[in-house]
Design a protein around this ligand. Structure first.
Ligand code: ADP
Ligand code: MG
Length: 633
């Protein structure tokens, strides 16, 4: 449970410093909003300026009073100081209000842009990428990581600009007001920088631990929610809860440590600040009495000394944030820059461009003939890439698959679970690439055809089909987006889904829920069957598509299938359909090899594996779908 790929990925990234390259890559998302960035800079600068001005106004006021006391004369007017103070306050308020708006906007836009870019890239990536990464892992990349990075980029930009303008401003003012005292105050700076960094480093370590535990907890949640039925069925709740409790305790300890560290930070910094204040009081008092420094200047120095650590703390915090988010940043950059491995080759792209520029009639978009022709597997070998959680090389899944399927033929794939039937289909659809050997369609290597052509010619119905949140109508229409409502209903009637749909509340407008969870698995299969048919593909692939429908429904599908399969190349993986017996070619696949091939009659006559399976299943399904087997031949 804990050795999910994501936890390994996280340790892989743990503990390094800030890599500017990563952030430079990500900063392009913020740089896409130059106007907003300029505004952020303007407001950051304005706030810094206002912050610095307050002590100055006080200084000049005190100086004026001091002069008046010393020289006598008319009472100085206090209005200008009042106005200056009010003006600074106004600038401060307006800037704060404005930057909250601008930075908020920037953050939301940047998060949306990163998410979109990530989503776009995920759509291009092949199945092998998904095999390596848990859904929960990808989900948190797209949600919390994006959010985090956008927040850091938007607020970080503001904070860095504010802190640097503040720091530069204070330093300048101090040196201009009284360079000797100014230099003295600045000597505590290194101490403050050191303290801020030291604390921030320790806090970072604690936070990193918290995050790690947190993500383990999230993964646990994910798994236990998805596996709740299994957990209950195996009465594993107690063990699961104990494991979970351990993590929660760990999280608590780490959080307390983090809180103690932050509680310690402020007193330490204040102590160092007091040191500076003491220096200013001592030395400044001397300057006032001996070399005629004004009282106002002394007061200003005291105020600035107290403010000095704020920009430093801010910068240390941002640096810490960057360091903490380094892992997130790298994961996002990785996700954004992972190149899909299965893409149209340059030659295919060239042909696509040529055909687009100069379309030849009767040709597909990729310049090859539109028609399909025979499908051939030529000595195909395949193994899944080893995942990060399993060690060693990927094991062989398919070995030396060599078979030719004529156009219009129905091929049935049978054999034990795990034999490699689904894998064979996945290779044909080019969801994965063979390790060696090749697959041709109409004599052309599938790698030489465009993916778009390939996928537009295949219609697939899976054992556990995925439905998108939305209505039944929308889900069926997903097969062909320009289909009219009537065409959708037509397709549904064809596969006998219509009756079941009309029984649903709202009929075709029934909301299937996220992932189609409001429908039974069998119902989902029916919907996805209609969806595949609406597409009217040249090759229909059914991977245990009727495994979860009842016999009655299966009979409907059976009838529809007979019409559907006619004149269409099709691959059917099924356990008990008469389609198998009627298939032009039956391939028996065991442990990645085709162990028998031929028609039903031939294989029965052979008296081998198929005959055994047939007899066994025929017996096993007596009374349920007995007649499925006694159909045909
Ligand atoms: P079938 O469809 O005949 O039941 P599959 O083609 O699904 O068999 O699986 C063949 C073998 O490949 C099995 O041993 C299975 O564990 C393995 N396998 C299937 N999918 C993957 C995957 N995505 N990553 C790694 N191994 C896989
Ligand atoms: Mg399978």
């Amino acid at each position: 449970m804990s050795q999910s790929p994501q936890s390994l990925q996280d340790t892989q990234y743990g503990g390094q410093g800030v890599q500017w390259k990563t952030w430079k890559h990500l900063s392009r998302f913020a740089r896409a909003y130059p106007r907003k960035l300029r505004l952020v800079a303007l407001f950051a600068f304005a706030v810094g300026l206002a912050d610095i001005s307050f002590p100055l106004v006080t200084k000049y006021l005190i100086d004026a009073i001091e002069r008046w006391q010393a020289e006598g004369g008319a009472t100085p007017s206090l209005w200008p100081y009042g106005f200056a103070y009010a003006a600074c306050t106004l600038v401060l308020c307006c800037s704060v209000f404005s930057f909250i708006r601008v930075v908020g906007f920037l953050k939301v836009s940047v998060a949306a842009d990163i998410r979109q870019a990530g989503f776009h890239n995920l759509q291009q990536l092949e199945f092998a990428y998904y095999d390596q990464r848990a859904t929960g892992w990808l989900m948190s990349r797209m949600t919390s990581d994006c959010e985090r990075l956008a927040t850091i980029m938007a607020w970080g930009t503001l904070d860095v600009l504010w802190a640097s303008s503040f720091l530069i401003g204070i330093t300048t003012v101090l040196l201009v007001l009284h360079w000797k005292l100014g230099l003295l105050v600045l000597t505590v700076m290194p101490l403050l920088v050191w303290a801020s960094r030291a604390f921030q480093k320790r806090q970072l370590k604690a936070s990193r631990k918290i995050r790690k535990i947190n993500s383990a907890i999230t993964a646990d949640f994910n798994e236990s929610i998805q596996g709740v039925a299994t957990t209950k069925a195996f009465a594993r709740q107690a063990a699961q809860a104990q494991e979970f409790g351990g993590r929660v305790e760990e999280l608590q300890q780490a959080s307390v440590r983090n809180a103690v560290l932050s509680a310690l930070y402020l007193p330490t910094v204040v102590t160092i600040g007091s040191l500076a204040t003491a220096l200013v009081l001592l030395q400044g008092g001397l300057f006032v009495s001996s070399s005629g420094m004004s009282l106002g200047t002394l007061v200003a120095f005291l105020a600035y000394t107290r403010l000095l650590f704020e920009p430093l703390r801010e910068l240390a915090m941002i640096f810490g944030d960057l360091q903490m988010a380094q892992a997130s940043a790298e994961r996002i950059v990785e996700l954004l820059t992972t190149e899909p491995q299965i893409v149209d080759s340059p030659e295919v792209q060239a042909r696509l461009a040529q055909q687009a520029a100069n379309p030849q009639p009767g040709r597909a978009d990729d310049g090859w003939p539109q028609g399909l022709g025979a499908i051939e597997f030529e000595h195909v070998h395949f193994g899944y890439a080893p995942t990060s959680s399993s060690s060693g090389a990927g094991s062989k899944v398919l070995e030396d698959i060599h078979v030719r399927i004529e156009p219009g033929q129905t091929v049935a794939l049978v054999g034990s679970t795990g034999g490699g039937k689904t894998t064979l289909i996945s290779l044909l659809c080019r969801f994965y690439e063979p390790t060696s050997g090749r697959i041709t369609v109409g004599g052309i290597d599938v790698q030489d055809r465009s993916l778009a052509w390939l996928h537009s010619n295949f219609g697939i119905v899976l054992q556990d089909p995925f439905l998108f949140g939305g209505t039944v109508m929308e889900n069926i229409r997903y097969g062909r987006l320009d289909a009219t409502d009537e065409e959708v209903r037509e397709a549904a009637r064809w596969v006998g889904v219509h009756d079941f749909v009309t029984r649903l509340e709202g009929g075709y407008d029934f909301e299937v829920g996220e992932g189609g969870t409001k429908l039974s698995q069998g119902e989902r299969q029916l919907v996805s069957f209609a969806r595949a048919l609406l597409k009217n593909p040249a090759v229909l692939i059914m991977d245990e598509a009727t495994a979860n429908v009842d016999t009655e429904t299966e009979r409907h599908i059976q009838a529809a299938l007979e019409r559907v399969l006619e004149g269409r190349t099709s691959f059917v993986i099924a356990h008990r359909l008469s389609t198998i017996e009627r298939a032009d070619l039956i391939l028996v696949i065991e442990s990645g090899r085709i162990v028998e091939r031929g028609s039903h009659a031939e294989l029965i006559a052979l008296g081998g594996r198929y005959a055994g399976l047939h007899q066994h299943q025929g017996l096993a399904t007596v009374g349920r779908s007995e007649d499925d087997w006694s159909h045909g031949v």
